[in-house]
Design a protein around this ligand. Structure first.
Ligand SMILES: NC(=O)c1ccc[n+]([C@@H]2O[C@H](COP(=O)([O-])OP(=O)(O)OC[C@H]3O[C@@H](n4cnc5c(N)ncnc54)[C@H](O)[C@@H]3O)[C@@H](O)[C@H]2O)c1
Length: 382
């Protein structure tokens, strides 16, 4: 293993990463490789690997990566790496991330952190034992919007929080008018699905804002047994079997009569409600999808002036616009930058493995709750 402490001293040497999985999130405009250019002073992509070797080779050529490998093992053996970015499909995260840490490499992984709680525990143990950094997507908790929302909640801007509504769904891979550039079938199969693919965002967001949850209860099911990929792309017209729940709604109990309702479905073609609404005893805090000029934060205050309630625009937003713009520019590469920053500074990641483990426990217990009809206690925290 490279002695990273020496190489990065003074912030001179970029982190040498290998990219595992060269599919959509590796290559799309809002993905990782096209946006590494913005963090070239911090990170160098030294290799890519994919079980479909021709894909790895083509991607290496397109993005000028010096080496391509047909497997994780071959890449770990052949390339001089400090870290691996795990962009494999959901069902492979646990076993591949464990192999990456066992090889002594830092890890940035797509969500969810792992597939079982045992894997998640082992990831955290291996990282601690090897003095390795683990960063887990989604990146939302890094975004200025969420950090400002958290600051406002901590300032008691809306009083004691009673409940939140969290929107965390889309129409499903291939469900939009432009179809999907890679084969999206696996998203609808057992071991994947919208809870793990989309609900995970809402879980990370609301727990970043309100802290760890204590209990879950859920409903879940399959809306239709097959789906057809839309659009005229390479997979347009493909009929996909739906073998995992594509429609999951759940509630989180944060204790002290504070609740959240979260959706994790492939059934939202459009919505006009805020991404997140938090209702407190003295007001409401909304986080909207919109980026750009308008503030994505909205606050309604009881007694904004004595005897007058109303919507107010948080003034702090103006200061944060610039850093939000950087996150918008980096897209998914922001997770890789976070890893590089944490490795260099030794700071604990905001997108920590412990947060990823808590989110995984919620998702696994949501599925169990929906199966058994029982509310289930959560044991992890972050
Ligand atoms: N596609 C998106 O818009 C998007 C957005 C955010 C996060 N993600 C996450 O990114 C991850 C990958 O999704 P994707 O859409 O890029 O999938 P994809 O199917 O387009 O690409 C995955 C790639 O991983 C390769 N692969 C599979 N198993 C492997 C293994 N064991 N070793 C090496 N390579 C392997 C596949 O051959 C494929 O090329 C998932 O966790 C997904 O949830 C995807």
């Amino acid at each position: 293993m490279t002695t990273l402490g020496t190489r990065t001293e003074g912030g001179q040497e970029p982190l040498r990463v290998g990219i595992l999985g060269t599919g959509m999130i590796a290559t799309t405009g809002v993905g990782v490789l096209p946006n590494m250019q913005w963090i070239a002073e911090k990170v160098t992509v030294a290799a890519v690997a994919d079980v479909v070797f021709e894909r790895a080779e083509a991607v290496a050529k397109e993005f000028c990566v010096p080496a391509a490998y047909p497997s994780l093992e071959a890449m770990l053996e052949g390339a001089d790496l400090d870290a691996v970015v795990n962009l494999t499909p959901i069902g492979f995260h646990g076993r591949t991330s464990l192999a990456i840490l066992r090889a002594g490499k830092h890890l940035a992984t797509e969500k969810p952190l792992a597939n079982t709680m045992d894997e998640a525990d082992e990831i955290i143990e291996l990282a601690a034992a090897g003095n390795l950094t683990v960063v887990c997507a989604p990146p939302d908790a890094l975004f200025p919007t969420y950090q400002e929302a958290r600051r406002l909640l901590d300032l008691d801007a809306i009083g004691r929080v009673a409940f939140a509504r969290v929107r965390s769904s889309h129409a499903g891979p291939g469900g939009g008018p432009y179809g999907w550039p890679t084969d999206p079938s696996w998203f609808y199969q057992r071991g994947s699905g919208p809870l793990l693919d989309m609900g995970v965002y809402g879980i990370h967001e609301i727990t970043a804002l309100l802290g760890p949850a204590k209990r879950v209860v859920a409903f879940s099911g399959i809306t239709e047994p097959t789906r057809t990929v839309r659009g005229t792309g390479p997979f347009g017209g493909t009929v996909m079997d739906v073998t995992t729940d594509d429609n999951t709604l759940f509630m989180l109990d944060f204790g002290g009569a504070t609740f959240a309702v979260v959706d994790g479905t492939f059934n939202v073609h459009a919505a006009r409600s805020p991404k997140i609404e938090i209702f407190g005893r003295r007001g409401t805090l909304n986080i909207k999808d919109g980026r750009g000029g308008e503030s994505p934060l909205e606050v309604y205050r009881v007694d904004a002036l004595p005897g007058m309630d109303g919507w107010v625009q948080p003034a702090g937003w103006g200061h944060l616009r610039q850093s939000q713009a950087r996150h918008d520019l980096l897209h998914r590469a922001v997770v890789v930058e976070h890893l590089a920053d944490c490795v260099r500074t030794g700071e604990r990641p905001t997108l920590s493995a412990e947060h990823g483990r808590h989110a995984l426990e919620i998702m696994l217990k949501v599925a169990e709750s929906a199966r058994t009809g029982r509310a289930l206690e959560l044991t992890t925290t972050f």
